[in-house]
Design a protein around this ligand. Structure first.
Ligand code: SF4
Ligand code: SF4
Length: 302
């Protein structure tokens, strides 16, 4: 199984204040449809088995999305669309849009939901989208982004009261949420391993991380190359065989941090992506870690 987050465009029809997909700047970028299709053909040939059409809001370019989904279907690629449900205004129009997605081969809907999304999109839209997905035979789940504060109680209650399938996702303090006030962490010592999902940006740059890591601009730690210049196979191999990435996947960021000399009592005050940023977006630490990574993997595996 090899999956990728496919950023056809960073354009969105709402502006969530916590959005990790873009920073404060208003610039948006988008692939050309034909180039996106060529990219999918190449990804398929290189063994991609799942594509997640992700942020911005993929349904803004509805016709393009249908074409891209059909192309994925022809390659037997599993497809997911990550959406804010702004389009699911009533039962009738929701069903007609979902049927079109289903006919083009969509396998799964991931419905983004949080107190920040719901400043712009009524909760009922998420319910419409979920119920419509069930009616059309499309698998769905709600991605409930939360900072785990009391403020989110009513939002979680709404999901439970309506028996929606949901998974809490921690707010990532990156992109527009970078400067949010953070509550202190009260948790045990976590490995902080990360599976690391690939992300293809609208400029065809391919990153080894689809979340905060593609904003590590001081080191460009996760930039693998550009799909229009390098082959997908070559870029996947770079991601698979990078010793530091394999340390992140296998021994986890906490062990890496400990290896650099960071005290345990300090490590537990970091959230996963922040710890990742501290280690990988600081040029000197990043260079040292890259040199040490092959030995870390050998010596620090339990
Ligand atoms: S819906 Fe998603 S892509 Fe759009 S602003 Fe909100 S978090 Fe960002
Ligand atoms: S821990 Fe690092 S690699 Fe994993 S999602 Fe966060 S920034 Fe990306």
């Amino acid at each position: 199984m090899r999956n990728i987050a496919f950023g056809y465009s960073t354009r969105c029809n709402i502006r969530c204040s916590h959005c990790v997909a873009v920073g404060e700047e208003l610039t948006t970028s988008k692939m050309e449809l034909q180039e996106a299709k060529e990219a999918i053909n190449e990804l398929a040939e290189a063994g991609i088995t799942g594509i997640s059409f992700t942020a911005g809001e993929p349904t803004i370019y509805a016709d393009d999305l249908l074409e891209l989904l059909s192309l994925c279907k022809s390659h037997s690629i599993f497809t997911r669309v990550v959406t804010n449900s702004s389009w699911a205004k009533d039962t009738v129009s929701t069903l007609s849009q979902l049927k079109a997605l289903k006919n083009s081969g969509l396998n799964q809907l991931r419905l983004s939901y949080s107190r920040w999304h719901q400043e712009h999109v009524p909760q009922e839209n998420v319910l419409n989208a979920a119920q419509g997905a069930i009616a059309c035979g499309i698998n769905y789940f709600v991605s409930f982004v939360t900072d785990f504060s009391e403020t989110d109680k009513n939002y979680e209650d709404y999901l439970r009261e309506n028996a929606l399938k949901f998974f809490p996702e921690p707010l990532i303090y990156s992109g527009r949420a970078k400067d949010y006030l953070k509550e202190k962490l009260f948790t045990d010592y976590q490995d902080n391993r990360c599976a690391m999902n690939l992300y293809l940006a609208p400029d065809f740059n391919l990153y080894a991380c689809c979340d905060a890591g593609n904003h590590f601009t001081k080191t460009n730690a996760f930039l693998l190359g550009n799909l229009q210049k390098d082959s997908a196979t070559e870029l996947f191999s770079k991601s698979d065989h990078n010793p530091l990435f394999n340390c992140i996947r296998n021994i986890g960021l906490s062990t890496i941090a400990s290896y650099t000399g960071m005290p345990s009592r300090e490590i537990i005050t970091y959230r996963k992506c922040e710890l990742c940023e501290k280690l990988l977006n600081e040029p000197q630490t990043f260079t040292t870690l890259n040199k040490q990574a092959p030995f870390m993997l050998q010596n620090l595996s339990r």
